[in-house]
Design a protein around this ligand. Structure first.
Ligand SMILES: Nc1ncnc2c1ncn2[C@@H]1O[C@H](COP(=O)(O)OP(=O)(O)OP(=O)(O)O)[C@@H](O)[C@H]1O
Ligand SMILES: [Mg+2]
Length: 451
């Protein structure tokens, strides 16, 4: 099996090393490998092949390795470059890192060192590809203001696109704040009816008489107090879409009337015998399981079948954790614009707390959390202190300790890494870390690092 998405180049005049490295890359990582001994041959292939990774020897016979490095970083900056060098040229390798190489290998390179390097680079490349994919999806979705990357939501969006132009009724189920109304509006926008009204009626907030009056309208003198006639919402939505929110709360007697309207495609204002022809599409939404209400005889089965021509069930936010980061980034950009702020990201620690939270109010709750955090934040990152107390007080023991290191631990790990990387050469390590050598010494002692 070849991993065609990762093509790798080795540019080194040391044929034996090329062969050895190539064999590891192919056998262990299933990569497609192209080996070159001359810089010119490699450069000629660069236009045709989409390399993700390059192993580069700095001492080539025809072109200086630094020139190749500079050129590749300029024309294909996404290529990860690992410098391959002999023991005597570590300073050059460090210089190459400063110029954009990711890592270096010193010959003779043990097999496990090669494997570790390749493993971590493949992780990095995959992550970059995933991020690019997410960015692409988000920028396309930003136009609709509806963000989703998880497979279940992408399937729903596909379905929305397919059924929008059809005239069928749709039932959208999902907890509060999962995006039911947004989906209903999208269905309307993507249909022929977009030029006509989208009318939203919340069946849970009115009394039975009031909903009837809202939906069907009334004639002058239909009841005491009806001084003039009034168009109902169904009539107002003619040729457009009616969104019946919280349909599960509609009283049974009204359900009968609604069913009649749907079947006959006409409506009578209250107190009138004159039918008005109706051409409407009904999208109903409920945060209760409508089928269960039917079983409990709280919802009419015949109306259920009329509405449930296509059913879309929106998952809870805590069941689609992949959507969390894209939604956060989207809300950050939305509220940056609104509040004139320039927040760039959310800290790992704050993000891991949100990952653990179960969002009973779903996306609406997340949006409120981010809006509040942006209003409170003065730096350029949303951090734990900007989250509401009940989230920031989540038991830290439950949170992945990998993500939530203290600053001192991060510093310690990083210095250790640079020391190992430079073969414990403190002069070079201090240079990479941007510290005076004496400060590095102090830190090594204070943090109890291997010297
Ligand atoms: N996928 C999404 N992308 C961007 N914003 C979203 C998304 N889903 C929901 N929202 C935001 O959350 C808010 C709630 O969405 P919506 O009103 O569609 O939910 P709902 O399911 O109808 O909720 P309720 O049952 O409480 O009426 C919206 O105002 C919108 O800002
Ligand atoms: Mg709603």
């Amino acid at each position: 099996m070849k991993n065609n998405t990762f093509q790798v180049a080795i540019l080194d005049d040391d044929k034996i090393f090329c062969k050895r490295l190539s064999s590891i890359l192919q056998k262990k990582f299933f990569l497609e490998v192209h080996s070159f001994q001359q810089g010119t041959d490699f450069l000629a292939s660069l236009e045709k092949i989409d390399y993700k990774l390059l192993f580069l020897d700095l001492g080539l016979p025809d072109i200086c390795g630094f020139k190749i490095l500079e050129y590749v970083k300029r024309v294909k900056k996404e290529v990860e470059i690992v410098i391959v060098t002999g023991n005597l040229n570590i300073e050059d390798a460090v210089l190459a890192i400063k110029q954009g190489a990711t890592d270096y290998l010193v010959k003779p390179v043990p097999k496990n060192r090669i494997e570790l390097t390749v493993n971590s680079l493949l992780e990095k490349i995959k992550l970059k590809q995933e991020n690019a994919y997410l960015k692409d999806i988000i920028s396309k979705q930003k136009q609709d203001n509806f963000i989703a990357v998880c497979p279940a939501m992408l399937e729903i969006l596909d379905m929305v696109k397919k059924i929008a132009p059809l005239n069928c009724n749709v039932l959208i189920q999902g907890e509060t704040g999962t995006g039911k109304e947004m989906i209903a509006r999208m269905l309307h926008q993507l249909s022929q009816r977009r030029k006509y009204p989208f009318v939203s009626v919340n069946c849970a907030v009115f009394t039975e008489e009031l909903i009837a009056n809202e939906l069907f309208g009334h004639n002058k003198e239909a009841f005491t107090g009806a001084v003039s006639s009034k168009k109902g919402l169904l009539e107002a939505a003619n040729q457009g879409t009616v969104f019946l929110d919280e349909i599960g709360d509609m009283p049974l007697s009204l359900q009968v009337k609604l069913l009649k309207v749907i079947e006959e495609k006409k409506v009578y204002r209250l107190g009138s015998t004159k039918p008005i022809k109706l051409d409407i599409r009904i999208i109903a939404a409920s945060n209760k399981d409508l089928k269960k209400l039917v079983d409990l005889k709280k919802f009419r089965e015949d109306l259920f079948f009329r509405l449930n021509v296509v059913k879309l069930t929106l998952p809870r936010l805590c069941e689609r954790k992949e959507d969390l980061k894209p939604l956060i980034l989207y809300f950050i950009s939305k509220y940056n614009t609104k509040f004139g702020k320039n927040i760039k990201n959310i800290s790992d620690k704050a993000f891991s707390l949100l990952l653990k939270y179960d969002f009973p109010g779903n996306v609406r709750e997340l949006e409120n959390i981010i809006q509040r955090a942006i209003a409170l934040s003065e730096g350029d990152v949303i951090d734990v202190e900007h989250l509401p107390g009940d989230i920031s007080m989540v038991d830290l023991d439950k949170v992945d300790s990998q993500v939530l290191l203290s600053l001192e631990e991060v510093e310690k790990n990083h210095i250790q890494r640079v020391l190992e990387f430079t073969g414990y050469n403190k002069k070079i390590a201090a240079k990479i870390l941007g510290l005076p050598r004496t400060t590095l010494w102090r830190k090594i002692n204070k943090l109890g690092l291997k010297n």
